[in-house]
Design a binder for this molecule. Structure first.
Ligand code: SF4
Length: 242
């Protein structure tokens, strides 16, 4: 992951569910154990510094699509309370009717009160969970994701959307197809992240990625409910702005 201070933190997603997207900074993911992730390095322990940064990003939101996606390493509940209050205010003033946030499984009990607080202001919240794969044995032994259920139905009690991670050793065309089928069956939207080289020990498996490009990508490329990120900065945030 690039230096936290130089990341691009605001962007527009103009195709498939058009929305604005912001990368905010919180106190950091509490799990921090996913073996493929260095995203959790984007945090700061000082809430006032996070608020200062987040306020400058949130002030760029125009409301042009009436939908806003907020991401931060970890869960929305890792954002400081002033940032959350400003986010709510900005949604109200900019006419955002749908807000998307992320949440780790450990923090799922924060979802209901958060949704209620935003619903009181007429804002519908949808939550995205990094499930990565529905194969629990693979997910926990290879990715160390910290999700203690293999039931998509149980996951769907908390999440409207899921992220899947493709392109790692051991995955197959059939496993990726299965994940996508279950994802689309149980959730409104699926976001596929294709593994890219980062500072962790999990490396992209080019053979698996080739299978993905040949058999999966052409099938789902135009599916409106599926976002595909061949690089994790494809949404326009997270890269260096230098
Ligand atoms: S929960 Fe998310 S931010 Fe935390 S370690 Fe896992 S992938 Fe990274």
């Amino acid at each position: 992951m690039s230096d936290s201070n130089n990341l691009t933190r605001y962007s527009l997603i103009c195709e498939k569910n058009p929305r604005e997207i912001v990368l905010l900074r919180g106190s950091g993911c509490k799990w921090r154990r996913c073996r493929f992730c260095d995203y959790h390095l984007d945090f700061h322990p000082d809430p006032s510094l996070n608020y200062e940064l987040n306020a400058s990003i949130l002030r760029q939101v125009t409301g042009q699509f009436h939908r806003l996606e907020v991401i931060n390493s970890g869960s929305f509940s890792d954002l400081d309370s002033e940032t959350t209050a400003l986010l709510r205010e900005i949604c109200i003033h900019k006419g955002i009717h749908t807000l998307y946030v992320e949440c780790h499984w450990l923090d799922r009990h924060h979802i209901a009160p958060f949704k209620e607080a935003f619903a009181a202001a007429g804002i519908h919240v949808e939550v995205k969970g990094g499930i990565e794969t529905f194969d629990q044995a693979y997910r926990e032994s290879v990715f160390c994701k910290g999700i203690d259920t293999d039931s998509p139905e149980e996951m769907a009690r908390y999440y409207e959307q899921v992220c899947l991670l493709f392109g790692t050793t051991g995955q197959t065309q059939a496993s990726m197809e299965r994940d996508l089928t279950l994802g689309l069956q149980h959730f409104k939207r699926v976001c596929i992240n294709v593994m890219t080289e980062n500072s962790t020990s999990i490396k992209p498996d080019q053979q698996v990625i080739a299978l993905f490009r040949e058999y999966i990508y052409p099938k789902y490329r135009l599916e409106d409910r599926v976002d595909i990120l061949m690089n994790n900065t494809d949404f326009g945030v997270g890269g260096s702005d230098e």
